[in-house]
Design a protein around this ligand. Sequence first.
Ligand SMILES: Nc1ncnc2c1ncn2[C@@H]1O[C@H](COP(=O)(O)OP(=O)(O)OP(=O)(O)O)[C@@H](O)[C@H]1O
Length: 259
Amino acid sequence: MPQKKEPLIQLKNVTQQFFSAENHSLPIIKDLDLSLYDGEFVSVVGPSGCGKSTLLNLIAGFLTPTSGQLFMRDQIIIGPDKSRGVVFQSPTLYPWLSVEQNIAYGPKRQKLPSEEIKQKVTTLIEQVGLIESETKYPFELSGGMKQRVSIARAMVNEPELLLMDEPFSALDAITRRNMQALLRGLWQKSHQSIFMITHDIEEALTLSTRVLVFPKNNPGELKEYTFDYTQKITQDSHYETEMDEAFQHDKLLLLNDIM
Ligand SMILES: Nc1ncnc2c1ncn2[C@@H]1O[C@H](COP(=O)(O)OP(=O)(O)OP(=O)(O)O)[C@@H](O)[C@H]1O
């Protein structure tokens, strides 16, 4: 994937520390320099409590770092912004709005022309496979369908970066696989930049172009690897990760880093 020279997101010497009542907690993230580029699909893996959500919250603008700075292009990140869409582990839909109304909510708040909203919503409903469910309400949807609406709701605002915090972890294995294929397809069509947290090493390997690892022995630090399994899966319909020694080797490599 060709990358523009200028990073989309840049962290410069970022440290995040949470102060307890006794005021002596260690930094969760320490002196971190990191760049994310246009069109990348970056996943983050690591042991529970290592700081994955903290990193996502910093990039989203939900948290201000203890020290250091974060930039989107050349603008310092000072809070949440619609250029960074967030999809959480549990779908956060408005229960009183239908599927199409939930997706249209953001563009309506931006007061876009109604024809444009209709066209955007229709395209996304088609892309996430929710045709014939447009008029349903969240209580009528399965977990996977709700998460599709969440993804469409984030994407309709055309964010430059989609931030996903364990988006599929609450789903059953089959729905999860289908959602991974859906996300891979959306990413390849849109070249949307994606930053995703996951506990699932295979999910990281089969979707991302780069994997960031919080290693168990060096809390607060990040290792990184680049992979092309997502392209292999798309280009070769017979490709199976179970049969690929390199894939199994990389899976063990990442597991050893975090366990
Ligand atoms: N707002 C906060 N105040 C105090 N401590 C916090 C806060 N947010 C996170 N922490 C602590 O920072 C550490 C990292 O939390 P974080 O949620 O980033 O981990 P994680 O890697 O996403 O964990 P998991 O995989 O279990 O979701 C944890 O010890 C957590 O208790």
